[in-house]
Design a protein around this ligand. Structure first.
Ligand code: GLY
Length: 329
């Protein structure tokens, strides 16, 4: 995605590269996914290819889905070229890179951190919250104190390249900076869902969130049920895109419940997207996508606009898949 294009977004407009309001409203459905045998991992967007490789090191050795999704998330969090995940992500309006992440396992145990600054692996802090505390969610200073206490290493952010971009953004967006309006930019969370060889499901989700967001903003990614949901009896789902819209319909939980009621992963993702569409008068730039996996190893995705894709790895396949969508940019 080119920054040049991204900066064309309107104040309540788009993310992920649109410059024109949407006109079409046809449905585009391109696939029905077969079930697979053996482990499977799916991750949002093209950074999912490398993330899946990390997951596969665990899954191919008979490891569990929880370890796999954490490892996958850590790969992307450590990628210094990634501007939407981890400490090399873009900052908020005040210049702080604040990170959100959550993780959930096959026993419905979950952990989450939000508004965390200066830690390379929020996903591992989230896992630690799940495993070592009685809580699900820690945010801000408390989450950072907890991370420090648990021995997670502090790291400097923003990185230099991002600082430079931020200074430029401030120059170009003076009035936006003074008035608390939102300039949507790219924010493509990595969400990962996996099933291990024992048929157990887990998921993880990590992001630096909406670029140049208001200081203090949390998106869907640290919210269990919004950015991620796993029910080992049914399936798992993750979300990407405009967190505010995903939270409004408890997106990932909705997808899992729709699968529980008999929908395929793709139908469930599509129905959740339809619900988002129905609840917003202005869809200009409102990109959201869901990715889902059920207990039979069937998977699917769906997004508001074209362009959402996901990385898939199984015993027989490694590569990208395009998700069907409701409308074209
Ligand atoms: N989906 C990521 C966010 O809205 O922050």
């Amino acid at each position: 995605m080119k920054r040049r294009t991204l900066f064309k977004f309107g104040a309540i407009g788009g993310l992920l590269g649109i410059s024109q309001p949407a006109k079409a409203s046809e449905f585009f459905v391109n696939s029905v996914k077969p079930s697979i045998s053996g482990p499977i991992v799916l991750s949002t967007w093209s950074h999912g290819i490398e993330a899946n490789k990390g997951a596969w090191e665990v899954l191919s050795e008979g490891g569990n889905a929880l370890d796999a999704v954490e490892k996958a998330a850590r790969v992307t969090e450590s990628d210094r070229t990634n501007r939407s995940v981890g400490i090399s992500g873009r900052p908020d309006r005040d210049g702080h890179v604040t990170l959100d992440a959550c993780i959930m396992n096959h026993q419905s145990k979950c952990g989450s951190v939000g508004f965390v600054e200066g830690y390379e692996h929020p996903i591992s802090i989230a896992r630690s919250v799940m495993e070592n505390t009685q809580h699900v969610m820690l945010v801000g200073e408390g989450a950072e104190d907890y991370a420090k206490w648990m021995g997670f290493k502090k790291i400097k952010s923003p990185i230099e390249e991002v600082k430079k971009d931020y200074k430029q953004w401030r120059k170009e967006n003076k009035s936006l900076f003074e008035k608390p309006q939102i300039n949507h930019e790219n924010h493509d969370t990595i969400g990962i869902i996996a099933m291990d060889e024992n048929g157990n499901l887990s998921g993880a989700c990590t992001t630096s969130g909406w670029a140049y967001k208001l200081h203090g903003r949390l998106g869907d990614s640290p919210i269990i049920g919004a950015g991620l949901f796993v029910d080992n009896e049914v399936g798992a789902a993750v979300a990407t895109g405009l967190g505010e819209a995903i939270i409004r319909i408890a997106g990932s939980h909705t997808v899992v419940e729709l699968m529980r009621n008999g929908m395929s992963p793709e139908e469930a993702c599509k129905t959740a997207v339809d619900r988002i569409i129905a609840k917003h008068d202005d869809l200009t730039g409102l990109q959201c996508g869901f990715l889902a996996l059920n207990k039979h190893g069937e998977y699917g995705g769906y997004s508001v606009y074209n362009g959402f894709n996901f990385a898939l790895k199984t015993n027989d396949f490694e590569g990208m898949k395009d998700a069907p969508f409701n409308r074209k940019w």
